[in-house]
Design a protein around this ligand. Sequence first.
Ligand code: TYD
Ligand code: MG
Length: 475
Amino acid sequence: MARTGVHFVCQECGTSHPKWSGRCDACGAWNSLAEEPVPAAVPKGLKGAKGHRIAFVGLEGSGGRPPRKASGIAEFDRVCGGGLVPGSAVLVGGDPGIGKSTVLLQVAAALSTSCACAYISGEEAIEQLRLRADRLGLSKAPVRLAAATSVRDIVATLEDADAPEVVVVDSIQTMYIDAIDSAPGTVAQVRASAQELIRSAKRRGFSVLMVGHVTKEGLIAGPRVLEHMVDTVLYFEGERNHQFRILRTVKNRFGPTDEIGVFEMTDRGLVEVANPSALFLGERQGQISGACVFAGIEGSRPLLVEIQSLLAPSPLGTPRRAVVGWDSGRLAMVMAVLEARCGLALSGMDVYLNVAGGLKVGEPAADLAVAAALASAAGGVPVPSGTIVFGEIGLSGEVRPVSHLDIRLKEAAKLGFGRAIAPPRRGGGERRNGPSGIEVVEIAHLNELLSLFRQPSIGRAAAGALERDPGSRHE
Ligand code: TYD
Ligand code: MG
Protein backbone atom coordinates (compact mmCIF):
# COMPACT_ATOMS: atom_id res chain seq x y z
CA MET A 1 0.00 0.00 0.00
CA ALA A 2 1.22 3.51 -0.74
CA ARG A 3 2.54 5.27 2.36
CA THR A 4 1.24 8.70 3.16
CA GLY A 5 3.62 11.64 3.47
CA VAL A 6 6.06 10.28 0.89
CA HIS A 7 6.05 10.01 -2.85
CA PHE A 8 8.49 8.58 -5.36
CA VAL A 9 10.15 10.98 -7.72
CA CYS A 10 11.87 9.93 -10.93
CA GLN A 11 15.44 11.25 -10.76
CA GLU A 12 15.54 11.47 -14.54
CA CYS A 13 12.39 13.39 -15.41
CA GLY A 14 11.06 14.60 -12.06
CA THR A 15 7.64 12.91 -12.33
CA SER A 16 6.02 12.10 -8.98
CA HIS A 17 4.54 8.63 -8.40
CA PRO A 18 2.46 7.56 -5.40
CA LYS A 19 4.01 4.05 -5.41
CA TRP A 20 7.49 2.73 -6.06
CA SER A 21 8.05 0.83 -9.24
CA GLY A 22 11.10 -0.33 -11.12
CA ARG A 23 10.38 1.83 -14.13
CA CYS A 24 9.14 5.41 -14.49
CA ASP A 25 5.87 5.44 -16.44
CA ALA A 26 6.56 8.92 -17.75
CA CYS A 27 10.05 8.65 -19.23
CA GLY A 28 10.66 4.90 -19.21
CA ALA A 29 13.86 5.12 -17.13
CA TRP A 30 14.66 2.04 -15.06
CA ASN A 31 15.45 2.16 -11.36
CA SER A 32 15.21 5.93 -11.22
CA LEU A 33 12.50 6.38 -8.57
CA ALA A 34 13.61 7.71 -5.18
CA GLU A 35 11.51 8.17 -2.10
CA GLU A 36 10.99 11.79 -1.11
CA PRO A 37 8.71 13.44 1.43
CA VAL A 38 5.70 15.17 -0.06
CA PRO A 39 6.35 18.93 0.16
CA ALA A 40 4.68 20.26 3.32
CA ALA A 41 3.20 23.43 1.92
CA VAL A 42 0.93 22.49 -0.95
CA PRO A 43 0.18 25.63 -2.94
CA LYS A 44 -3.45 26.55 -2.54
CA GLY A 45 -3.76 27.84 -6.06
CA LEU A 46 -4.70 31.36 -7.02
CA LYS A 47 -8.20 31.30 -5.61
CA GLY A 48 -8.92 34.28 -3.42
CA ALA A 49 -5.44 35.81 -3.67
CA LYS A 50 -5.35 39.13 -5.46
CA GLY A 51 -2.42 39.66 -7.78
CA HIS A 52 -0.54 42.89 -8.39
CA ARG A 53 -0.72 44.59 -11.73
CA ILE A 54 2.36 44.07 -13.84
CA ALA A 55 3.78 46.89 -15.95
CA PHE A 56 4.49 46.39 -19.64
CA VAL A 57 7.46 48.05 -21.32
CA GLY A 58 8.71 48.42 -24.89
CA LEU A 59 11.34 46.26 -26.58
CA GLU A 60 13.80 49.11 -26.77
CA GLY A 61 15.17 50.11 -23.37
CA SER A 62 16.44 53.55 -22.50
CA GLY A 63 19.66 52.48 -20.80
CA GLY A 64 22.44 50.78 -22.75
CA ARG A 65 22.95 47.06 -22.47
CA PRO A 66 25.13 46.00 -19.57
CA PRO A 67 28.50 44.86 -20.89
CA ARG A 68 29.40 41.19 -20.95
CA LYS A 69 32.10 40.15 -18.58
CA ALA A 70 34.90 38.62 -20.58
CA SER A 71 37.39 36.56 -18.61
CA GLY A 72 40.20 36.94 -21.10
CA ILE A 73 40.30 33.13 -21.46
CA ALA A 74 39.26 33.28 -25.11
CA GLU A 75 38.14 29.66 -25.36
CA PHE A 76 35.77 30.14 -22.43
CA ASP A 77 34.50 33.54 -23.56
CA ARG A 78 33.68 32.13 -26.99
CA VAL A 79 31.43 29.36 -25.67
CA CYS A 80 29.61 31.92 -23.51
CA GLY A 81 28.90 34.02 -26.59
CA GLY A 82 31.54 36.64 -25.81
CA GLY A 83 31.52 36.72 -22.03
CA LEU A 84 29.17 36.32 -19.09
CA VAL A 85 25.92 38.26 -19.20
CA PRO A 86 25.13 39.93 -15.85
CA GLY A 87 22.23 38.17 -14.11
CA SER A 88 22.59 35.00 -16.18
CA ALA A 89 22.87 31.43 -15.01
CA VAL A 90 25.33 29.02 -16.60
CA LEU A 91 25.32 25.27 -16.01
CA VAL A 92 28.56 23.39 -16.63
CA GLY A 93 28.15 19.61 -16.94
CA GLY A 94 30.71 16.90 -17.45
CA ASP A 95 32.08 13.58 -16.24
CA PRO A 96 33.76 13.43 -12.83
CA GLY A 97 37.41 14.43 -12.97
CA ILE A 98 37.15 15.99 -16.41
CA GLY A 99 38.18 19.43 -15.09
CA LYS A 100 35.00 21.39 -14.29
CA SER A 101 36.26 22.69 -10.95
CA THR A 102 39.62 23.50 -12.51
CA VAL A 103 38.22 25.52 -15.39
CA LEU A 104 35.78 27.43 -13.19
CA LEU A 105 38.48 28.30 -10.67
CA GLN A 106 40.63 29.56 -13.53
CA VAL A 107 37.72 31.59 -14.92
CA ALA A 108 36.91 33.03 -11.49
CA ALA A 109 40.55 33.96 -10.97
CA ALA A 110 40.76 35.57 -14.42
CA LEU A 111 37.58 37.59 -13.80
CA SER A 112 38.55 38.56 -10.26
CA THR A 113 41.00 41.15 -11.54
CA SER A 114 38.15 43.16 -13.07
CA CYS A 115 35.17 42.32 -10.84
CA ALA A 116 34.36 40.68 -7.51
CA CYS A 117 34.19 36.88 -7.82
CA ALA A 118 33.24 34.19 -5.36
CA TYR A 119 33.83 30.44 -5.51
CA ILE A 120 31.49 28.43 -3.29
CA SER A 121 32.31 24.76 -3.01
CA GLY A 122 30.12 22.09 -1.50
CA GLU A 123 32.52 19.35 -2.54
CA GLU A 124 35.93 20.38 -1.34
CA ALA A 125 37.29 21.94 1.83
CA ILE A 126 38.99 25.35 1.75
CA GLU A 127 42.41 23.73 2.11
CA GLN A 128 41.83 21.54 -0.92
CA LEU A 129 40.70 24.53 -2.96
CA ARG A 130 43.78 26.45 -1.90
CA LEU A 131 45.95 23.52 -2.86
CA ARG A 132 44.43 23.53 -6.34
CA ALA A 133 44.79 27.31 -6.64
CA ASP A 134 48.42 26.94 -5.64
CA ARG A 135 48.95 24.26 -8.27
CA LEU A 136 47.38 26.52 -10.87
CA GLY A 137 49.53 29.44 -9.78
CA LEU A 138 46.44 31.45 -8.85
CA SER A 139 46.91 31.84 -5.10
CA LYS A 140 47.26 35.59 -5.41
CA ALA A 141 44.00 36.11 -7.32
CA PRO A 142 41.41 38.00 -5.21
CA VAL A 143 38.73 35.28 -5.43
CA ARG A 144 36.49 34.96 -2.37
CA LEU A 145 36.39 31.32 -1.33
CA ALA A 146 33.76 29.60 0.76
CA ALA A 147 32.84 26.02 1.58
CA ALA A 148 29.06 26.02 2.00
CA THR A 149 26.05 23.95 1.02
CA SER A 150 23.06 25.77 2.49
CA VAL A 151 21.33 27.76 -0.24
CA ARG A 152 19.62 29.90 2.40
CA ASP A 153 23.02 31.03 3.74
CA ILE A 154 24.46 31.49 0.27
CA VAL A 155 21.53 33.59 -0.98
CA ALA A 156 21.56 35.70 2.19
CA THR A 157 25.26 36.39 1.63
CA LEU A 158 24.76 37.22 -2.03
CA GLU A 159 22.01 39.72 -1.24
CA ASP A 160 24.56 41.87 0.62
CA ALA A 161 25.55 45.23 -0.75
CA ASP A 162 29.15 44.19 -1.44
CA ALA A 163 28.07 40.89 -2.98
CA PRO A 164 30.23 39.47 -5.78
CA GLU A 165 29.31 39.92 -9.44
CA VAL A 166 30.27 36.41 -10.49
CA VAL A 167 29.54 33.38 -8.32
CA VAL A 168 30.67 29.81 -8.95
CA VAL A 169 28.63 27.09 -7.22
CA ASP A 170 30.41 23.73 -7.25
CA SER A 171 28.22 21.68 -7.47
CA ILE A 172 24.45 22.12 -7.57
CA GLN A 173 24.02 18.49 -6.44
CA THR A 174 25.63 19.27 -3.06
CA MET A 175 23.39 22.26 -2.33
CA TYR A 176 20.31 21.96 -0.15
CA ILE A 177 17.39 24.01 1.11
CA ASP A 178 16.51 23.21 4.71
CA ALA A 179 12.77 23.63 4.09
CA ILE A 180 12.83 20.54 1.87
CA ASP A 181 13.26 17.22 3.66
CA SER A 182 14.87 15.20 0.91
CA ALA A 183 18.62 14.68 0.73
CA PRO A 184 20.95 16.90 -1.34
CA GLY A 185 21.24 15.65 -4.89
CA THR A 186 17.62 14.53 -5.18
CA VAL A 187 15.47 16.08 -7.86
CA ALA A 188 13.49 18.19 -5.38
CA GLN A 189 16.63 19.65 -3.80
CA VAL A 190 18.52 20.23 -7.04
CA ARG A 191 15.54 21.92 -8.64
CA ALA A 192 14.70 24.11 -5.67
CA SER A 193 18.34 25.05 -4.98
CA ALA A 194 18.93 26.02 -8.60
CA GLN A 195 15.69 27.98 -8.66
CA GLU A 196 16.65 30.00 -5.58
CA LEU A 197 20.15 30.73 -6.87
CA ILE A 198 18.88 31.74 -10.32
CA ARG A 199 16.17 33.95 -8.84
CA SER A 200 18.72 35.68 -6.67
CA ALA A 201 21.08 36.09 -9.64
CA LYS A 202 18.36 37.71 -11.76
CA ARG A 203 17.26 39.98 -8.92
CA ARG A 204 20.74 41.15 -7.92
CA GLY A 205 22.33 41.03 -11.38
CA PHE A 206 25.23 38.69 -10.62
CA SER A 207 26.18 35.81 -12.91
CA VAL A 208 26.03 32.35 -11.42
CA LEU A 209 28.06 29.45 -12.80
CA MET A 210 26.82 26.10 -11.52
CA VAL A 211 28.57 22.77 -11.85
CA GLY A 212 26.19 19.91 -12.65
CA HIS A 213 27.15 16.27 -12.31
CA VAL A 214 26.53 13.95 -15.18
CA THR A 215 24.77 10.60 -14.97
CA LYS A 216 26.14 7.51 -16.64
CA GLU A 217 23.90 8.22 -19.62
CA GLY A 218 25.71 11.53 -20.08
CA LEU A 219 22.90 13.84 -18.97
CA ILE A 220 23.17 16.35 -16.18
CA ALA A 221 22.01 14.52 -13.05
CA GLY A 222 18.67 15.55 -11.73
CA PRO A 223 15.77 16.53 -13.86
CA ARG A 224 16.16 17.77 -17.38
CA VAL A 225 14.28 20.78 -16.10
CA LEU A 226 17.57 22.14 -14.73
CA GLU A 227 18.71 22.68 -18.31
CA HIS A 228 15.49 24.60 -19.01
CA MET A 229 15.95 26.83 -16.00
CA VAL A 230 19.40 28.17 -16.84
CA ASP A 231 20.38 30.51 -19.66
CA THR A 232 23.43 28.65 -20.86
CA VAL A 233 24.37 24.97 -20.72
CA LEU A 234 27.98 24.00 -21.31
CA TYR A 235 29.28 20.45 -21.46
CA PHE A 236 32.87 19.65 -20.71
CA GLU A 237 33.89 16.67 -22.82
CA GLY A 238 36.98 14.67 -23.52
CA GLU A 239 38.53 11.30 -22.95
CA ARG A 240 40.09 11.04 -19.53
CA ASN A 241 43.19 9.47 -21.10
CA HIS A 242 43.66 12.28 -23.57
CA GLN A 243 44.84 15.69 -22.53
CA PHE A 244 42.32 17.52 -24.76
CA ARG A 245 39.18 18.92 -23.17
CA ILE A 246 36.33 20.44 -25.11
CA LEU A 247 33.84 22.87 -23.62
CA ARG A 248 30.73 22.80 -25.78
CA THR A 249 27.71 25.13 -25.77
CA VAL A 250 24.54 23.03 -25.77
CA LYS A 251 22.18 25.89 -25.08
CA ASN A 252 22.70 29.63 -24.98
CA ARG A 253 19.99 32.25 -24.65
CA PHE A 254 22.55 34.98 -25.29
CA GLY A 255 24.67 33.55 -28.05
CA PRO A 256 25.20 30.82 -30.60
CA THR A 257 25.12 27.14 -29.66
CA ASP A 258 27.50 24.41 -30.76
CA GLU A 259 30.48 26.65 -30.15
CA ILE A 260 33.44 24.84 -28.71
CA GLY A 261 36.41 25.89 -26.63
CA VAL A 262 39.43 23.61 -26.73
CA PHE A 263 41.75 23.19 -23.77
CA GLU A 264 44.66 20.98 -22.95
CA MET A 265 44.93 19.59 -19.41
CA THR A 266 48.46 20.09 -18.17
CA ASP A 267 50.04 19.78 -14.75
CA ARG A 268 49.39 23.50 -14.30
CA GLY A 269 45.71 23.35 -15.15
CA LEU A 270 43.85 23.89 -18.39
CA VAL A 271 45.68 25.71 -21.14
CA GLU A 272 43.83 27.24 -24.08
CA VAL A 273 44.44 25.73 -27.48
CA ALA A 274 44.32 28.49 -30.04
CA ASN A 275 44.89 26.24 -33.05
CA PRO A 276 43.06 22.98 -32.29
CA SER A 277 43.40 21.55 -35.81
CA ALA A 278 47.18 21.49 -35.50
CA LEU A 279 46.81 19.78 -32.13
CA PHE A 280 44.34 17.15 -33.34
CA LEU A 281 46.47 16.34 -36.36
CA GLY A 282 49.70 16.47 -34.38
CA GLU A 283 50.06 12.73 -33.86
CA ARG A 284 49.20 11.66 -37.37
CA GLN A 285 51.14 8.69 -38.72
CA GLY A 286 51.48 9.90 -42.30
CA GLN A 287 50.45 7.68 -45.19
CA ILE A 288 48.52 4.75 -43.82
CA SER A 289 45.39 3.17 -45.17
CA GLY A 290 42.13 3.65 -43.28
CA ALA A 291 42.91 7.20 -42.12
CA CYS A 292 41.35 10.32 -43.53
CA VAL A 293 41.44 13.98 -42.49
CA PHE A 294 37.99 15.50 -42.10
CA ALA A 295 37.48 19.24 -42.32
CA GLY A 296 34.69 19.88 -39.86
CA ILE A 297 32.95 22.90 -38.39
CA GLU A 298 32.28 23.21 -34.68
CA GLY A 299 30.05 26.21 -34.08
CA SER A 300 31.70 28.99 -36.01
CA ARG A 301 35.19 27.58 -36.25
CA PRO A 302 36.75 25.00 -38.53
CA LEU A 303 38.40 21.97 -37.03
CA LEU A 304 40.43 19.35 -38.84
CA VAL A 305 40.47 15.89 -37.29
CA GLU A 306 41.64 12.51 -38.40
CA ILE A 307 39.08 9.76 -38.82
CA GLN A 308 40.60 6.31 -38.54
CA SER A 309 39.09 3.00 -39.46
CA LEU A 310 40.19 -0.57 -39.29
CA LEU A 311 38.59 -3.57 -40.96
CA ALA A 312 39.27 -7.17 -40.08
CA PRO A 313 37.56 -10.37 -41.21
CA SER A 314 35.14 -11.24 -38.43
CA PRO A 315 35.08 -14.61 -36.70
CA LEU A 316 31.66 -13.74 -35.29
CA GLY A 317 28.21 -14.33 -36.74
CA THR A 318 27.39 -10.72 -35.99
CA PRO A 319 30.51 -8.69 -36.78
CA ARG A 320 31.63 -6.02 -34.32
CA ARG A 321 30.99 -2.35 -34.98
CA ALA A 322 32.97 -0.24 -32.54
CA VAL A 323 32.73 3.54 -32.88
CA VAL A 324 34.47 6.20 -30.81
CA GLY A 325 33.62 9.85 -31.39
CA TRP A 326 30.91 9.37 -34.02
CA ASP A 327 27.35 8.13 -34.20
CA SER A 328 27.09 4.36 -34.67
CA GLY A 329 23.74 4.70 -36.48
CA ARG A 330 25.37 7.02 -38.99
CA LEU A 331 28.22 4.53 -39.49
CA ALA A 332 25.68 1.80 -40.23
CA MET A 333 24.07 4.06 -42.82
CA VAL A 334 27.34 4.91 -44.57
CA MET A 335 28.27 1.22 -44.65
CA ALA A 336 24.88 0.28 -46.07
CA VAL A 337 25.20 2.91 -48.80
CA LEU A 338 28.74 1.73 -49.64
CA GLU A 339 27.48 -1.81 -49.91
CA ALA A 340 24.19 -1.26 -51.72
CA ARG A 341 25.19 1.55 -54.09
CA CYS A 342 28.88 0.92 -54.66
CA GLY A 343 29.30 -2.81 -54.13
CA LEU A 344 31.81 -2.47 -51.30
CA ALA A 345 31.01 -5.53 -49.21
CA LEU A 346 31.75 -4.88 -45.56
CA SER A 347 29.18 -7.15 -43.97
CA GLY A 348 31.59 -9.92 -42.99
CA MET A 349 34.07 -7.49 -41.47
CA ASP A 350 34.61 -6.20 -37.96
CA VAL A 351 34.60 -2.43 -38.33
CA TYR A 352 36.37 -0.07 -35.93
CA LEU A 353 36.02 3.68 -36.34
CA ASN A 354 37.77 6.29 -34.25
CA VAL A 355 37.91 10.07 -34.28
CA ALA A 356 41.48 10.69 -33.17
CA GLY A 357 42.10 12.96 -30.20
CA GLY A 358 38.90 12.29 -28.25
CA LEU A 359 36.68 14.71 -30.18
CA LYS A 360 33.02 13.87 -30.73
CA VAL A 361 31.92 14.70 -34.26
CA GLY A 362 28.22 15.26 -34.82
CA GLU A 363 28.15 16.75 -38.30
CA PRO A 364 26.65 14.81 -41.24
CA ALA A 365 29.46 16.38 -43.29
CA ALA A 366 31.74 13.73 -41.82
CA ASP A 367 29.92 11.02 -43.85
CA LEU A 368 32.20 11.32 -46.84
CA ALA A 369 35.34 11.29 -44.69
CA VAL A 370 34.10 8.14 -42.94
CA ALA A 371 33.35 6.56 -46.31
CA ALA A 372 36.84 7.50 -47.51
CA ALA A 373 38.42 6.00 -44.40
CA LEU A 374 36.43 2.78 -44.86
CA ALA A 375 37.16 2.55 -48.57
CA SER A 376 40.83 3.22 -47.92
CA ALA A 377 40.95 0.53 -45.26
CA ALA A 378 39.07 -1.91 -47.48
CA GLY A 379 41.37 -1.34 -50.42
CA GLY A 380 44.56 -1.06 -48.40
CA VAL A 381 45.24 2.18 -50.25
CA PRO A 382 46.02 5.34 -48.27
CA VAL A 383 44.00 8.48 -48.92
CA PRO A 384 46.19 10.64 -51.21
CA SER A 385 48.54 12.75 -49.11
CA GLY A 386 47.67 16.36 -48.36
CA THR A 387 43.97 15.70 -48.90
CA ILE A 388 41.03 16.62 -46.73
CA VAL A 389 37.53 15.20 -47.20
CA PHE A 390 34.04 16.42 -46.29
CA GLY A 391 30.49 15.98 -47.56
CA GLU A 392 27.15 14.53 -46.59
CA ILE A 393 26.02 11.26 -48.14
CA GLY A 394 22.44 10.53 -49.19
CA LEU A 395 20.90 7.09 -49.27
CA SER A 396 21.28 6.74 -53.02
CA GLY A 397 25.01 7.38 -52.72
CA GLU A 398 24.84 11.00 -53.81
CA VAL A 399 27.19 13.46 -52.17
CA ARG A 400 25.40 16.52 -50.88
CA PRO A 401 26.63 20.06 -50.40
CA VAL A 402 27.47 21.17 -46.87
CA SER A 403 27.70 24.58 -45.24
CA HIS A 404 30.79 26.73 -44.67
CA LEU A 405 32.70 25.41 -47.65
CA ASP A 406 35.15 28.28 -47.76
CA ILE A 407 35.91 28.23 -44.04
CA ARG A 408 36.76 24.52 -44.26
CA LEU A 409 39.00 25.03 -47.27
CA LYS A 410 40.77 28.01 -45.73
CA GLU A 411 41.59 26.05 -42.58
CA ALA A 412 42.89 23.15 -44.67
CA ALA A 413 45.07 25.49 -46.71
CA LYS A 414 46.37 27.08 -43.53
CA LEU A 415 47.53 23.69 -42.29
CA GLY A 416 49.29 22.85 -45.54
CA PHE A 417 46.70 20.68 -47.28
CA GLY A 418 46.68 21.02 -51.05
CA ARG A 419 43.57 19.14 -52.11
CA ALA A 420 40.00 18.76 -50.92
CA ILE A 421 37.53 16.05 -51.87
CA ALA A 422 34.26 17.91 -51.53
CA PRO A 423 30.64 17.89 -52.64
CA PRO A 424 29.59 19.92 -55.68
CA ARG A 425 28.84 23.56 -54.98
CA ARG A 426 25.23 24.47 -54.28
CA GLY A 427 23.46 25.34 -57.50
CA GLY A 428 26.18 23.79 -59.66
CA GLY A 429 28.57 26.25 -61.22
CA GLU A 430 32.12 25.96 -62.42
CA ARG A 431 34.58 23.66 -60.77
CA ARG A 432 37.14 25.99 -59.33
CA ASN A 433 39.95 26.11 -56.91
CA GLY A 434 39.26 27.09 -53.35
CA PRO A 435 40.88 29.89 -51.39
CA SER A 436 44.65 29.88 -51.09
CA GLY A 437 44.93 27.78 -54.24
CA ILE A 438 43.68 24.55 -52.69
CA GLU A 439 42.57 22.13 -55.43
CA VAL A 440 38.93 21.11 -55.01
CA VAL A 441 37.95 17.70 -56.38
CA GLU A 442 34.17 17.86 -56.52
CA ILE A 443 32.42 14.52 -56.45
CA ALA A 444 28.72 14.01 -56.90
CA HIS A 445 28.49 10.29 -56.13
CA LEU A 446 30.30 7.89 -53.81
CA ASN A 447 31.46 5.83 -56.77
CA GLU A 448 33.75 8.68 -57.77
CA LEU A 449 35.31 8.52 -54.33
CA LEU A 450 35.79 4.76 -54.53
CA SER A 451 37.54 4.98 -57.87
CA LEU A 452 40.36 6.78 -56.01
CA PHE A 453 40.99 3.63 -54.02
CA ARG A 454 40.84 1.15 -56.89
CA GLN A 455 44.47 0.43 -57.58
CA PRO A 456 46.22 -2.64 -58.92
CA SER A 457 48.27 -2.87 -55.72
CA ILE A 458 45.25 -3.85 -53.66
CA GLY A 459 46.18 -6.96 -51.81
CA ARG A 460 46.14 -6.25 -48.15
CA ALA A 461 44.10 -8.06 -45.50
CA ALA A 462 40.77 -6.66 -46.55
CA ALA A 463 41.28 -6.57 -50.27
CA GLY A 464 38.45 -9.00 -50.87
CA ALA A 465 36.03 -6.32 -49.82
CA LEU A 466 36.40 -4.52 -53.13
CA GLU A 467 35.10 -7.51 -54.96
CA ARG A 468 32.61 -6.07 -57.39
CA ASP A 469 33.15 -3.31 -59.85
CA PRO A 470 31.77 -0.25 -58.06
CA GLY A 471 30.78 1.34 -61.35
CA SER A 472 28.35 -1.46 -62.20
CA ARG A 473 26.07 -0.55 -59.32
CA HIS A 474 25.67 3.10 -60.14
CA GLU A 475 21.96 3.62 -60.74
P1 TYD B 1 38.62 18.63 -11.52
O1 TYD B 1 38.58 20.05 -11.96
O2 TYD B 1 38.67 18.38 -10.06
O3 TYD B 1 37.45 17.79 -12.16
P2 TYD B 1 35.87 17.87 -11.90
O4 TYD B 1 35.61 19.07 -11.07
O5 TYD B 1 35.29 17.92 -13.27
O6 TYD B 1 35.52 16.60 -11.21
O7 TYD B 1 39.88 17.99 -12.26
C1 TYD B 1 40.43 16.88 -11.75
C2 TYD B 1 41.39 16.26 -12.72
O8 TYD B 1 42.22 17.19 -13.37
C3 TYD B 1 42.28 15.34 -11.96
O9 TYD B 1 42.27 14.10 -12.60
C4 TYD B 1 43.61 15.98 -11.99
C5 TYD B 1 43.58 16.85 -13.18
N1 TYD B 1 44.36 18.07 -13.04
C6 TYD B 1 45.51 18.23 -13.78
O10 TYD B 1 45.91 17.37 -14.56
N2 TYD B 1 46.23 19.39 -13.64
C7 TYD B 1 45.86 20.39 -12.82
O11 TYD B 1 46.53 21.41 -12.72
C8 TYD B 1 44.66 20.20 -12.03
C9 TYD B 1 44.21 21.25 -11.07
C10 TYD B 1 43.96 19.04 -12.17
MG1 MG C 1 34.91 19.15 -9.11
